[in-house]
Design a protein around this ligand. Structure first.
Ligand code: PGA
Length: 256
């Protein structure tokens, strides 16, 4: 089954509106000819979402948020809800990134509530899972990721899950310049697909996109994206430069 690649940029806490405008301007210039065979997504910080949606409205580049709260509204100072994100014109939201799990105490249960809330508001959650270096060294990576996937999708029904995207991001590869080998990525992606098949059906597992994230760069993207079960990338550092992000999109295009 061929799944269309999704190349997603996670800008993290970079690019307020002024820098976002410059990056998007360069991105639009670079990729005028691209993107119909590859889905492209950028995830700016909240303050740059609306301007990014406006800026990109005549392109097919999609915009997503990096986080959400699991309630619709109320006394949650500093938080942003799925409804607000959807109202800003976004179609995606990253959920359970390891930095949120690590620095902001997000548990599997919170990740699940956020994923379900995103789906309720027709936002595609990009659900991040991945093991630490210790867990990999102790051969726990398969069970850790299995638990994360099962917990994140708890009570997500067969029809809803079709909108979700899974991102496998080994923590030891994020922002470190160290990447999983294509073999390690493929092996974990296949494992995740097996878990999805057990939870849902073979067809659903085959159609869900599983992205790889963790130091994906132009020099290693081809090898990673060539793996059977790697359906795209969640890209941090290399998405902050239009040139490197476009290079990765072009690599995905050439593999499509
Ligand atoms: P990186 O970040 O590409 O800078 O490693 C990926 C991510 O955290 O989503």
């Amino acid at each position: 089954m061929t799944r269309q690649f999704l190349i997603a940029g996670n800008w993290k806490m970079n690019c307020g509106p002024a820098d976002a405008a410059e990056l998007l301007e360069n991105l639009k210039k670079q990729k005028q000819e691209l993107a119909d065979v590859v889905d492209v997504l950028v995830c700016p910080p909240f303050v740059s979402l609306s301007m990014s949606v406006n800026y990109l409205h005549e392109t097919d580049i999609q915009v997503g948020a990096q986080n959400l709260h699991f309630e619709d509204e109320g006394a949650y100072t500093g938080e942003v809800s799925a409804r607000m994100i959807a109202e800003s014109g976004c179609n995606y939201v990253i959920v359970g990134h390891s930095e949120r799990r690590q620095y902001f105490g997000e548990t599997d249960e919170i990740v699940n509530r956020k994923a379900r809330k995103a789906l309720e508001h027709r936002l595609a959650p990009v659900i991040c899972v991945g093991e630490s270096l210790d867990q990999r060294k102790n051969e726990k990576h398969h069970s850790v990721v299995e638990e994360q996937v099962k917990a994140a999708l708890n009570e997500v029904g067969h029809s809803e899950v079709l909108d979700a995207v899974i991102a496998y991001e080994p923590i030891w590869a994020i922002g470190t310049g160290e990447t999983a080998t294509p073999g390690q990525a493929q092996e974990m992606h296949a494992h995740i697909r097996t878990i999805l098949a057990e939870m849902y059906t073979d067809e659903i597992a085959a159609s869900l996109r599983i992205l790889y994230g963790g130091s994906m760069k132009p020099h290693n993207a081809e090898e990673l994206l060539s793996q059977d079960d790697v359906d795209g990338g969640l890209i941090g550092g290399a998405s902050l430069k239009a040139e490197s992000f476009t290079e990765i999109i072009t690599i995905a295009e050439n593999l499509s």
